[in-house]
Write a protein that binds this ligand. Structure first.
Ligand code: BG6
Length: 509
């Protein structure tokens, strides 16, 4: 029998191994910890990417002890299909649990004692990563509890204490500022890691490399050559079990203020002087500052909002958004939006950026299309008429992880005929390097203290600023079917969408 050994190349896995630390997960009895965080930590451990010495401390209100917490975490690995008995021996011995009522100081003092004991026993150097996997209303009380108990550490840059928060970062500009003010009381901005899992996807990280490490694209990446840019994040899933959250949020807060804006910045930003977190983040903020303010007077050209009605998903009949459990039967919450945005700077003047995201669309698709202009003069016009297509670059993030560039070639034969063909690069082909999924990557970067993939507060605020007029329109919209148009589940959004972006069907086709 022939056996083959696959050599796994890990030279690109991480720039260095993180320093010893305690990872403290608030909300440890919840879904996020079991489905995402703990499996990601276990996978990092399997890859040798966890610190040499570490402890994982689960914290939540649910009365558990170390043993019952370990049992839950073991089950999460089994369910994820990644349970490894040998690795579990070690992981289990590093798992601890503290019961804590988020608003009561006593629990934080207990946590402080536990962490001090672990520091001493495991020689963790006092480094701590506090991950808030809690509902957003607990971010401020927890930060305050950590601060008052002395657990927030020094507020200076060299503190070994970091705070990790997940979106939403407020629900508008004012609440985002309030949240930041509270966090900044106890944690310096450089110690706060705001997670946007879209930035940690391998293919989105690739955008900057693709643009700025290749000489051929950058010279044409501007208004002289590009006709439009479209960024689509479509989902076939509906609101699932998150109606309570989604009714308050809608697609603008859920997808645009964060994920879509981050993708926009990657496609539109200028090169930073150097690949250093703050320099890159400065360039992203400049994109947001250059966004042409949304003009409610141009609604029909710049914005289409929709809400899914009954229809189909994966061939099966599904109910509409208003029939979902926990949704107001008169709800005007948008589950779909298409926005035409402009960036007022020299590179992008008058190039439309079409941003589209929605639930219950025909399929899961995350894609960026860079549509180039047609050639300025076609010498083939007398033979081919106006049918010469223009080049199009497609950056696929999901389900494909690929880049393809279309161009025109001659078809064989005596008569001049063209066809469009494509050069295609598949991100995972010929790669023996293990890739990190989004949570593995963000957890590793938090432990390393690398803020590159984490939105800074100024970016969060500029983004809210841009969306404020749109959110105000949504909030003022009490008439179901007025501003927010119905679309059947399983379709590409309301009929108004193609009026905003006539090339939409081609982009997602
Ligand atoms: C989350 C949103 O941030 O992103 C969800 O809250 C959405 O509503 C999800 O479904 C999409 O993420 P992904 O990685 O599946 O595209």
């Amino acid at each position: 029998m022939q056996t083959t050994t696959t050599h796994i190349d890990t030279s690109c896995l991480m720039k260095s191994r993180p320093d010893p630390c305690a990872l403290v997960i608030f909300g440890a009895s919840g879904d996020l910890t079991a489905r995402m965080l703990f499996p990601a930590l276990a996978k990092l451990y399997g890859l040798g990417a966890m610190p040499e010495r570490f402890a994982i401390v689960g914290v939540s209100r649910t009365p558990l002890d170390d043993e019952s917490f370990r049992k839950r975490m073991r089950q999460s690995l089994e369910e994820a299909g990644i349970f490894d008995a040998a690795a579990w021996e070690v992981l289990a011995s590093r798992l601890f649990y503290v019961v804590l009522d988020y608003g009561e100081q006593e629990g934080y003092l207990r946590l402080r004692d536990t962490l001090a004991g672990l520091d001493e026993r495991l020689n963790l150097g006092g480094r701590r990563l506090f991950y808030l996997a809690t509902p957003p209303q607990l971010f401020e009380p927890v930060a305050e509890g950590l601060g008052l108990s002395g657990l927030a550490g020094k507020r200076s840059r060299d503190s070994g204490t970091r705070l990790v928060v997940e979106k939403p970062f407020g629900r508008d500009l004012q609440s985002a500022r309030h949240l930041a003010d509270t966090l900044h009381e106890w944690f310096d901005e450089s110690r706060i890691f705001r997670i946007d899992h879209y930035l940690a996807k391998e293919t989105t990280q690739n955008i900057l490399l693709f643009r700025f490490a290749n000489a051929v694209f950058e010279p044409v990446w501007n208004r002289h050559y590009i006709d439009y840019v479209s960024i689509t994040s479509a989902e076939s899933l509906g609101v699932e079990h998150r109606a309570g959250f989604y009714e308050q949020s809608g697609v603008i807060r859920d997808m645009f203020q964060n994920h879509m804006m981050q993708l926009l910045a990657l496609v539109a930003m200028e090169p930073a002087p150097s690949f250093v977190a703050d320099m890159v983040r400065d360039e992203k903020v400049k994109v947001y500052r250059s966004l042409r303010p949304f003009d409610p007077g141009r609604l029909s050209q710049d914005l289409a909002l929709g809400q899914y009605g009954p229809g189909t998903a994966d061939g099966q009949p599904v109910q509409g958004y208003r029939q979902e459990q926990g949704v107001d039967p008169q709800s005007a919450t948008p589950t779909f939006a298409m926005i035409r945005a402009f960036i007022d700077n020299t590179r992008w003047q008058d190039v439309p950026f079409y941003l589209c995201s929605g639930k219950r669309l025909p399929r899961k698709l995350m894609r960026m299309v860079i549509q180039f202009k047609t050639v300025p003069h076609s010498m083939f016009r007398n033979v081919l008429g106006d049918s010469v297509s223009s080049n199009r670059l497609i950056l696929d993030v999901h389900p494909d992880q690929a880049i393809s560039m279309s161009f025109q070639v001659k078809r064989p034969g005596g008569k001049l005929c063209l066809r469009t063909t494509a050069l295609r690069f598949n991100f995972t082909e010929n790669e023996s390097e293990p890739s990190l999924d989004a949570y593995e990557k963000v957890l590793l970067d938090c432990m390393l203290g690398d803020g590159m993939l984490f939105p800074r507060q100024d970016a969060v605020e500029w983004s809210w600023r841009y969306f404020t007029p749109i959110l105000e329109l949504c909030e003022a919209c009490s008439d179901p079917g007025g501003l927010v148009k119905p679309y059947p589940a399983g379709s590409w959004g309301p009929p108004e969408a193609p009026a905003i972006h006539p090339g939409f069907a081609g982009d997602v086709g």
